[in-house]
Design a protein around this ligand. Structure first.
Ligand SMILES: Nc1ncnc2c1ncn2[C@@H]1O[C@H](COP(=O)(O)OP(=O)(O)OP(=O)(O)O)[C@@H](O)[C@H]1O
Ligand SMILES: [Mg+2]
Length: 315
């Protein structure tokens, strides 16, 4: 941990497949916490550039967007290409302030029971070349958010009050967050448990990028990347109709005709289930329709008719 990591320069265009003349710093060696590379991952240009600015220039980057659009995996896959160790923490209800900061614990030392301070995840990560990702940032409770707020201060130093210790961040420590909302709480009823975020806290994120609806071509490419059987030339018309259906649910949600929408994640499972069952409608029921309210079936039936020119039966 104390020897500085060896660094490399990478060419963004060739590594991420996006249009950009930039070069970025990467670690020469892979280590324990570097995520596995997903060779089929498709990088979104704007989001990737925002994340690379975070890694290269030590900017605090928050990725915001609807569920299942690829926020968490985007950060991991950028880190995977940079060989940058990553630790992802979900700020759900089970995480406590002590998990983050640390606590006194009884340990055995030379056969004696002694009380020792065990650093939590924040001081641990802060002293290492690690990208710390706070996932589901808008689900964090206030006591946790105030710990994180200290990290977001300009110099990012962190004081362990009970230890009388000030921790300076490692030069390659980075901080990212993902969130379904922009800190305004559960406005559309989709995200139960989303908290309103303190605006002073939102203000401390240097870059906020969004990952919402993708152009149909990009979304088709993602499905092809995830589900090899969908790469077949003969299936492109069907895939296009599936993406069109997903987009209709998103529009329907926006105007209030539907209470849920089909995320890219559900679209991928529709394609996977189609692979397993060989039945488009059954696969749709299993991956999406059964999650929603029965009263909305006629609307979904109408979308289905429009996209596939056939009636949506019962499962
Ligand atoms: N660009 C992409 N290329 C390949 N696969 C993708 C891409 N974007 C998303 N996926 C796939 O979609 C799924 C959902 O992605 P992910 O979990 O990152 O979404 P998320 O935005 O973090 O969702 P949530 O808001 O629910 O946490 C994953 O299986 C991921 O592999
Ligand atoms: Mg996520």
């Amino acid at each position: 941990m104390n020897t500085p990591p060896e660094l490399n320069r990478l060419d963004v265009r060739s590594v991420f497949g996006i249009d950009s003349p930039l070069k970025v710093t990467a670690f020469r060696e892979r280590s324990e916490h570097v995520p596995d590379i997903d060779p089929d991952y498709r990088f979104n240009r704007e989001v990737t550039l925002a994340l690379l600015a975070g890694f290269e220039h030590n900017r605090r980057v928050m990725l915001q967007g609807l569920h299942g659009t690829g926020k968490s995996t985007h950060i991991e896959q950028v880190a995977a290409r940079l060989n940058w160790p990553c630790v992802r923490i979900n700020l759900d209800g089970h995480l406590s302030r002590l998990d983050l900061v640390g606590r006194d614990a009884v340990v055995l030392r030379d056969g004696q029971q002694v009380t020792e301070f065990q650093p939590g995840i924040v001081p641990w990560a802060l002293q290492r070349p690690v990208a710390l990702i706070f996932d589901e940032y808008d689900a964090g409770r206030p006591e946790i958010m105030f710990v994180i707020q200290r990290l977001l201060e300009r110099d990012g130093q962190f004081t362990l009050l009970d230890q009388n210790q000030v921790i300076k961040p490692h030069p390659q420590f980075r901080l990212f967050a993902t969130s379904n909302t922009v800190g305004l709480g559960n406005l559309n009823g989709l995200y139960h448990g989303a908290q309103q975020l303190n605006q002073a806290q939102m203000d401390r994120w240097n870059i906020v990028a969004t990952l919402n609806q993708l152009p149909p071509e990009q979304e088709m490419a993602i499905v092809r990347a995830r589900v090899p059987s969908m790469r077949d030339e003969a299936r492109q018309a069907q895939l296009q109709a599936m993406v069109q259906f997903a987009n209709l649910t998103r529009q329907g949600f926006k105007v209030g005709d539907l209470s849920t929408l089909m995320s890219p994640r559900s679209l991928i499972s529709w394609a996977e289930n189609l692979d397993i069952f060989g039945d488009l409608q059954l696969a749709l029921y299993l991956s999406f329709i059964n999650k929603g309210d029965e009263s909305e079936r006629p609307v979904l039936g109408e979308y289905f008719q429009r996209c596939f020119d056939q009636e949506l039966g019962t499962p």
